[in-house]
Write a protein that binds this ligand. Structure first.
Ligand code: PHE
Length: 516
């Protein structure tokens, strides 16, 4: 058995070397190999894939020109599939939305906002940061989109919790310092004797001294890591006052705020496309072909047939061989279809999560000039949750702060306010951290409540648990495939949309190559 498998593998490697991954897939189909035996790496469909199988590229209708829909069209387009995208909104991109002066942002149950930013100023109203391991960066490279660092962790940014504001470096130094002291104390009174050897205790103590910058007798007595009121120059500088007691430091409640970037998703460095996140949309649209995207097309019916899929929208209809439904599940759930009750139930399972942001445009970069904050995020337990400082355009005249980026209840609270009241509230909160200058030199603002965005109606979704509905929708219902970040374990990331699109493209292409 194993010998036979190795021989087949050898043959496939040979075909792969000559004809590329696509030819290899086709040959795999001919050899009757199960998909599980294939390389896990994504291989884009290629025109040559069809020559061996005698099949031709199919016609595919894609519902939604967000990141998932665009990625699917882009990958299928590489092999010559005839894709049509139906987009209900005025513009492609979905939640990948960058706002600039002259844009108009509509809202359900609310007034439209005219964006009045100055030239060269932009605000990523949706996704804003990309982790280096994400497939999103591969697309940036492939599409020729320049990227730059997104400063997700800045020691000079603030932590504002329980009504007090300190620099992130100070909050961290104190918390790490006291934790190190406590653990050293436990070690030194023998509390760890049964857990680790004496030799290991020595190694641990040596690390704790570094981790907490501990003084003699393993006491935390403050540290230059906390920062200075005047930084060293030709003199030694003026350090900050001594830290509070352990009780005070714990009572400050900085825990969540200083661990935000510990996770694999938020760890530094992160990245952003130069000039705005929508460069990804622009480049994908160009590659797909603008003429393949029909905007303002609100889908009214999806009918799966034995030999294709019929899709109707307000003002038109078409028939294709396959359909990829790349809409949010709660939007898709409202469209009549004949895909069966299990699809309806599954689409109704994920719960939309509210998310909101406000862009505050200032005529003076006071956060750089006065606070010496160059990019990064201030974390707070106020309802604004975060303040983001721009990671580009340093020292230029204008700049946009993200004055709030919140979710769930806080997002719903701001969503319920009129745009002026959102701004007023955001300024009142931000002033608690930055003082009066937060209200000065403000030029304009625009706020987004994703749960009130037409045809989107949510920041992202949450699955109560990743149950059978989740895996069920990762497979096609007849000739209809489903795609989106909501069908991955990368929810609320463009990478999720892209990975999902790749999975669907792979499944669809194999089916076309293997179809009778
Ligand atoms: N991707 C979004 C962000 O970076 C939402 C998110 C936050 C997703 C944290 C996962 C973890 O803000």
């Amino acid at each position: 058995m194993e010998g036979a498998a190795l021989t087949r593998r050898g043959l496939l490697v040979g075909i792969g070397a000559v004809g590329g991954a696509g030819a290899m897939y086709a040959a795999m189909g001919a050899l009757g190999l199960a998909p599980s035996e294939q390389d896990k790496q994504f291989a884009a469909p290629r025109p040559g894939d069809f020559s061996l199988s005698g099949k031709g590229a199919a016609k595919v209708v894609i519902l939604g020109a967000g990141v998932a829909g665009l990625t699917a069209a882009y990958e299928l387009g590489k092999a010559g599939y005839d894709c049509t995208l139906l987009e209900a909104r005025e513009k492609a991109g979905g939640r990948n939305l960058t706002l600039r002066g002259g844009d108009r942002l509509a809202e359900l149950n609310g007034p439209a906002q005219d964006v009045r930013f100055g030239e060269g100023v932009y605000f990523n109203a949706g996704p804003g940061r990309i982790a280096p391991w994400m497939v999103t960066l591969d697309y940036c490279r492939e599409l020729g989109i320049p990227i730059e660092t997104f400063v997700n962790n800045n020691a000079a940014a603030y932590v504002n919790t329980n009504g007090r504001t300190v620099r992130a470096r100070t909050a961290r130094a104190d918390m790490y310092g006291y934790i190190a002291e406590l653990l050293a104390k436990a070690t030194n009174v023998g509390a760890l004797d049964r857990a680790i050897s004496k030799a290991d205790q020595e190694t641990l103590l040596e690390f704790l001294r570094r981790f907490g910058d501990l003084g003699p007798k393993h006491r935390y007595e403050g540290s230059e890591r906390r920062g200075f009121t005047k930084y060293p120059a030709i003199d030694t500088g003026t350090p900050l006052d001594a830290p509070g007691t352990l009780h005070q430091v714990l009572a400050a409640g900085t825990g969540r705020a200083i661990t935000n970037d510990f996770g694999y998703e938020q760890a530094t460095p992160m990245f952003q496309p130069v000039g705005g996140m929508d460069a990804i949309v622009t480049k994908l649209t160009e590659a797909v072909g603008r003429d393949r995207i029909r905007t303002g097309a609100k889908v009214t019916k999806i009918t799966n047939l034995a030999d294709g899929v019929e899709v109707a929208w307000e003002g038109g209809g078409l028939k294709a061989d396959y359909c990829i439904a790349a809409l949010p599940p709660h939007i898709l759930a409202k469209i009549p279809h004949n895909l069966g009750a299990q699809v309806t139930t599954a689409l109704g399972t994920p719960i939309p999560v509210a998310a909101g942001k406000i862009g505050l445009e200032y005529g003076r970069r006071w956060w750089e000039l006065e606070d010496r904050i160059y990019g990064g995020v201030t974390e707070t337990d106020l309802d604004i949750t975060h303040i983001w400082y721009p990671s580009h355009g340093y020292h230029s005249e204008r700049g946009v702060l993200v004055g709030y980026y919140n979710t769930e209840r806080n997002a719903e609270l701001y969503a319920a306010l009129a745009p002026e009241d959102r701004r007023r509230r955001a300024l009142t909160q931000g002033k608690k951290i930055h003082g009066d200058k937060y209200r000065q030199n403000l030029l304009s603002s625009v706020s987004i409540a994703w749960d009130r965005q037409p045809h989107i109606q949510g920041g992202w979704v949450r699955w109560p648990d990743f149950d059978s509905s989740f895996t069920f929708l990762q497979r096609p219902a007849g000739r209809v495939y489903f795609a989106g970040d909501w069908l991955t374990h990368l929810i609320a990331w463009q990478a999720g949309a892209m990975e999902s699109a790749r999975s669907v493209v792979t499944q669809l292409h194999q089916r076309v190559l293997q179809s009778a």
